[in-house]
Design a protein around this ligand. Structure first.
Ligand code: XMP
Length: 317
């Protein structure tokens, strides 16, 4: 029978035999898979694993710093790279969801390639690929931002010519979580909801500006913190907020306002392929809505998405 302890013991040994004294580079995302892959390889080869964590400016409120801190506490050799400006500049004016995804994938590869170049004599690229990624057919929304699915016609970036090591390739998600737990990875990382690679860029309908990102981060933070403090976070598969390209009329004191509408989305699901909107308690929704409208400047209306997948998708773009 499969046990996480046995898996860790044999995988760490195999990784040592395979990699020897070579250097390995790995891109951390803050998600479960890349984090568990990193910790496994770290057990095998320690500081010869060079982790890169890119701030694309599209993460949740404070997420870059808090996840970077967790990685450092875990003893990982990790470099945080602030590439926010790079992503914002490239995204400026883009409104088509696929163009936004492609732009983000392209910039990520440029940034990652540049960082990988600074690791002298690196021989391997490690990835947190899990079994469902291996068998998954191409998503209807086109490629997600994985390292492999975007490459330039002008030739592969150098890091893609590295030998690839994927220690989680035979595991399902729940097995990855068990391995992560056994490796003492922070529960904040292990129990995290899925979060799309393009991040908040596909939750801001239309073009991206740093101001819109800031508004959405505040809204999302109130919603997610509320789910956590109400004990609802682990009851839903995924949750977040969408910033709509719609202004609505409101009233504040004796003034009229004309400000943004946000949509909250929370779903239950087993694998993300189908999903039902989460029947969150009205009281909870009322509190979150009040807090958002009172605290977030630029938002005067909150709606809740009650569409299931199919035919709707989890994300709006
Ligand atoms: P949809 O919106 O298709 O999403 O119901 C299903 C799951 O996939 C995530 N998602 C993405 N993840 N890059 C990603 O890494 C993407 O471009 C992307 N689009 C959707 C979504 O958050 C949900 O978990």
């Amino acid at each position: 029978d499969w046990t996480p302890d046995q898996f860790i013991e044999s995988t760490v040994q195999e990784l040592r035999d395979l990699i020897g004294n070579d250097k390995v580079v790995l891109g951390l995302s803050g998600g479960v898979d890349s984090s568990v892959a990193a910790m496994l390889i770290h057990q095998a080869i320690g500081k010869n694993l060079y982790c890169i964590f890119v701030d694309n400016g599209l993460l949740r409120h404070n997420e870059f710093q808090s996840v970077l801190d967790s990685y450092q506490h875990m003893g990982l050799n990790v470099k945080g790279v602030d590439a926010k400006a790079n992503f914002y500049n490239t995204l400026a004016g883009l409104t088509d969801p696929e163009q936004k995804r492609k732009a983000i994938g392209r910039v990520f590869i440029e940034v990652f390639d540049e960082e990988a170049h600074q690791i002298e004599d690196v021989k391997w690229l490690a990835q947190g690929t899990i079994y469902p990624d291996v068998i998954e057919s191409v998503s209807v929304k086109g490629p997600s931002v994985t390292i492999k699915s975007h490459h330039n016609v002008g030739g592969l970036p150098d890091f893609m010519k590295l030998k690839v090591v994927e220690p989680l390739k035979s595991l399902f998600k729940d097995e990855v979580r068990l391995v992560g737990k056994t490796l003492n990875i922070d529960d904040l990382i292990l129990s995290r909801h899925p979060f799309p690679g393009p991040g908040l860029a596909i939750r801001i309908i239309g073009d991206i500006t740093p101001q819109k990102v800031h508004i959405l981060q505040q809204v999302d933070h109130i919603f997610i913190s509320g789910l956590r403090t109400s004990g609802l976070y682990n009851e839903v598969w995924q949750a977040g907020a969408m910033l709509l390209p719609v202004q609505s009329v409101g009233v504040m004191g004796d003034e009229r306002t004309y400000e943004n509408v946000v949509a909250l989305r929370a779903v239950t699901s087993v694998d993300g392929m189908t999903a039902d909107w989460a029947h969150l308690p009205y009281e909870f929704l009322a509190d979150v809505s009040n807090e958002i409208i009172n605290k977030v400047k630029g938002v005067n209306r909150v709606v809740y998405d009650i569409s299931s997948k199919p035919p709707a998708t989890i994300e709006w773009e």
